[in-house]
Design a protein around this ligand. Structure first.
Ligand code: CP3
Length: 342
């Protein structure tokens, strides 16, 4: 078979129209997702149920024919494997037992292999069920972003608890970050060996770090993850999404060695074009342009295609699709990117 379009772009080729998928493309904006979600009971039950996780991963592919499917799971299955009391409170997001500095040495990563087995089984199932031309993306959270939830025990606006923890307990923080880096690399290796074509690492909270902390907690562990994954799976393709990293994306690309850099919607397109000198970029439509639709959507799409379309680009949103997004707007977006509309 000819190489999948998105994989070719990850190798540095330019494809026009560019391959496209949307972060969080399986989710509450889809009525068929909400129906499965009700049947599953809790959100985590859905993540660990091979049949249902396969089904919700396939839903946006069937409906929209995106170029890539992303495994349905969550970045917090790693702290769940560490038995951190993860649960989801409707309307409030994830809750965990906040970890204390002195507890970090007692964490036991050895449970992860068994605990995550259903997710790995889902990856294998997906590769068998997906259309041949559809790229399958595996993923995990970056150590820093996962650590922010483990430390605060919930989402916060600026991850102040984790930043303060890192300054007050640098040794415990390093221990946590490097343990998570090791677990994440192993987890990505298993996903790639089970059939994922490429993987994305979500560092959704990179943007709250100062320059030195970004180097220590985002860049250095990401470099280690990339090296470990490529040592086990030669040529593995890796997308790094360091949300909010702004101008630091340049050193992020150079020092981590990722194949594609995810751009959030605040990244100037001219800077995105500069980053394309080093390989593919992915992004970066403001998800609220998709909610608004009409001219806001069309202008946003056209600017991205005009500035980044001549280089290796994976079209995506600048962050996850929001639950209030109208399905008709997603259809309009696809027609605009693929130039199949009016
Ligand atoms: O379609 C896909 O993109 C695959 C599935 C996916 C989910 N979470 C499903 C999910 C992926 C890739 C994630 C990643 C994730 N999870 C991130 C990084 C990306 C980002 O958005 O920044 C983060 C920070 C999390 C942690 C998390 N999970 C939060 C903060 C929340 C609550 C917020 C929310 O949207 O409700 C979740 C829950 C979650 N993860 C949902 C989904 C579809 C909603 C839960 C539900 O259905 O009730």
């Amino acid at each position: 078979m000819e190489k999948r379009l998105m994989m070719r772009v990850l190798e540095g080729e330019t494809g026009f129209p560019p391959p496209m998928w949307l972060m969080r493309q399986a989710g509450r904006y889809l009525p068929e997702y909400r129906a499965v979600r009700e049947k599953a009971g809790g959100f985590l039950d859905l993540c660990y149920d091979v049949d249902l996780a396969t089904e919700v991963t396939l839903q946006p592919i069937r409906r929209f024919g995106f170029d890539a499917a992303i495994l349905f799971s969550d970045i917090l299955v790693i702290p769940d494997a560490l038995d951190r009391g993860l649960h989801f409170v409707v309307g409030e997001g994830p809750k965990l037992t906040p970890i204390l500095a002195r507890e970090i040495a007692d964490l036991d990563p050895s449970r992860a292999e068994t605990h995550l087995a259903p997710v790995i089984a889902t990856v294998g199932r997906l590769r068998r069920e997906l259309p041949a031309e559809t790229t399958l993306i595996g993923f995990c959270g970056a150590p820093w972003t996962v650590a922010t939830y483990m430390i605060a025990g919930h989402g916060t606006p600026d991850q102040a608890p984790a930043r303060l923890f890192a300054y007050n307990h640098p040794e415990a923080m390093a221990e946590l970050i490097w343990m998570l880096a090791d677990m994440s690399a192993n987890y990505l290796i298993r996903q790639l060996q089970a059939g994922a074509d490429c993987v994305q690492v979500f560092d959704s909270w990179a943007g709250v770090l100062d320059e030195a902390s970004f180097e220590a907690y985002s860049v250095a562990p990401m470099r280690a993850i990339v090296d470990k994954v490529r040592a086990a799976v030669p040529g593995a393709k890796i997308i790094g999404f360091a949300k909010g990293a702004g101008p630091l994306l340049k050193t992020y690309r150079e020092k981590t060695g990722v194949d594609a850099v995810g751009l959030d919607w605040s990244v100037p397109l001219s800077f995105g074009a500069e980053l394309q000198q080093g390989g593919a970029v992915q992004g970066n439509l403001d998800p609220l342009r998709l909610v608004a639709g009409g001219r806001a959507l069309e202008e946003g799409v056209d600017r991205i295609l005009d500035t980044l379309g001549a280089g290796p680009l994976i079209f995506n949103l600048g962050h996850g699709i929001t639950p209030e997004t109208p399905i008709a707007h997603v259809e309009a977006l696809i027609a605009r990117v693929r130039r199949t509309g009016n």
